[in-house]
Design a protein around this ligand. Structure first.
Ligand SMILES: [Zn+2]
Ligand SMILES: [Zn+2]
Length: 389
């Protein structure tokens, strides 16, 4: 399959450590424009600065001792990146090679004099090219940097007319009522020039992404546990299905979510799998970015609206079964054409001996073998890495 989507991971952790919360910068692979969209935004400008810093050093051919290593801080301070990434997946540290070329060309940077670039200016110019944010739910680990970064769009240097935060009504209402309310954060949406716009999307309705016309997006409401103060009140989140009109390939990006509760009739993750089986050809499913917050040792009742490896594998089996049903074929035959590229996010960084990201990946790979899912390729997403899917 041709690579269609370029995803730079600005943040991926499921907490409780700050500084690496969920945030994905997405653009067409081999795009000719600098525009990206962001799905969630637990970290934005601070990580773009790290990426530009790394870009500057790599263009200058400065190699560091930590190249190929990932910060872990459990058994070992650093672990090799190949422990986290599947060999089938095309990923690299920093921005993608094509994007770096574009940044140099579009921002008129002098490659031969790259050591003189102003990292802050370049980072903010890249930030300006994110004109639309798609938010899965309003939990702080998914929105904090979007909010903290907003004063920049009122600076003189900001050249766009508007920045849009888009989400299902339960997301936009929460931002409107509880964040941009002049108490938690200034109500920038009330500024007369309307630079910050909150946009309500409709459940299961396709909308055009304005800043990247070849992309369209469909939000699906899914369940994400219950309220702490009242267990009868459900918490919802979103799965975004992103389609590229040129290749007709599809990328699925999930917010926090849980296995479908028996009480829920409408907002089920199984609706997303059914949609994919019905409308996305197996050869056109580029990848699924999905959470797996805890290791298998955590009991289902303690997941608080998240997935663990056995539940995630169950979801993938359910997706495969729906494709089998749709194409009226057997598992071995569907496995030949349906390659499931999973990029796992939102791992909770607990106080334990071994890096939970590595435990989760081992558990997922064992379960995948046990269920004979040879078509499933799994990586753990890494902050500051770019994946071509
Ligand atoms: Zn959440
Ligand atoms: Zn979260």
């Amino acid at each position: 399959m041709d690579k269609t989507f370029e995803v730079t991971i600005l943040g991926t952790s499921g907490g409780p450590i700050d500084g690496n919360n969920q945030s994905f910068m997405v653009r067409p692979a081999f795009s000719k424009e600098l525009n990206s969209i962001n799905v969630d935004g637990g970290v934005v400008i601070s990580q773009i600065i790290e990426l530009v810093k790394y870009m500057k050093r790599s263009v200058m051919n400065i190699h560091e001792g930590s190249d190929g290593l990932v910060e872990s801080f459990y058994e070992n301070d650093m672990e090799h990146e190949r422990l986290f990434t599947n060999p089938f997946h095309d990923c690299q540290k920093g921005f993608g090679t094509n994007f770096i070329k574009l940044v140099i060309e579009k921002l008129n940077l002098d490659r031969s004099n790259i050591d003189s670039i102003n990292i802050m200016r370049v980072s903010l110019q890249i930030y300006e090219k994110i004109k639309e944010y798609y938010v899965t739910h309003a939990h702080l680990d998914h929105i904090s940097a979007i909010v903290l970064n907003t004063p920049y769009i009122y600076s003189k240097a900001y050249s766009n007319k508007t920045m849009k935060i888009c989400g299902l009504p339960f997301v936009i209402d929460a931002l409107d009522e509880h964040i941009f309310n002049d108490k938690i954060w200034p109500n920038l949406t009330a500024e007369k020039d309307g630079r910050l716009e909150l946009v309500k999307l409709e459940n299961k309705q396709c909308s055009q992404i304005k800043s990247i016309p070849q992309f369209s997006i469909i939000p699906f409401t899914v369940c994400h546990g219950q309220s702490v103060s009242n267990e009868t009140v459900p918490v919802y989140s979103t799965v975004f299905v992103l389609n590229d009109k040129i290749s007709n390939n599809t990328l699925v990006i999930c917010g926090d979510l849980q296995h479908d509760p028996p009480t829920e009739r409408l907002n089920k993750i199984s609706n997303v799998w059914k949609y994919l089986a019905d409308y996305v050809k197996p050869q056109s499913l580029s990848g699924i970015i999905i959470e797996c917050s805890s290791t298998s040792i955590v009991r289902d009742c303690q997941l608080y609206g998240h997935l663990s490896p056995p539940l995630l594998i169950e979801e993938m089996i359910s997706l495969r079964d729906m494709y089998c049903k749709k194409y009226n074929t057997t598992k071995p035959l569907i496995d030949k054409i349906l390659k499931l590229n999973l990029i796992v996010t939102h791992v909770k960084m607990e106080n334990m001996d071994k890096d939970p990201r590595l435990i989760i990946l081992e558990e997922l790979n064992e379960l995948k073998e046990a269920h004979d899912m040879t078509n499933l390729h799994i990586s753990i997403s890494l902050q500051g890495y770019t994946y071509l899917l």
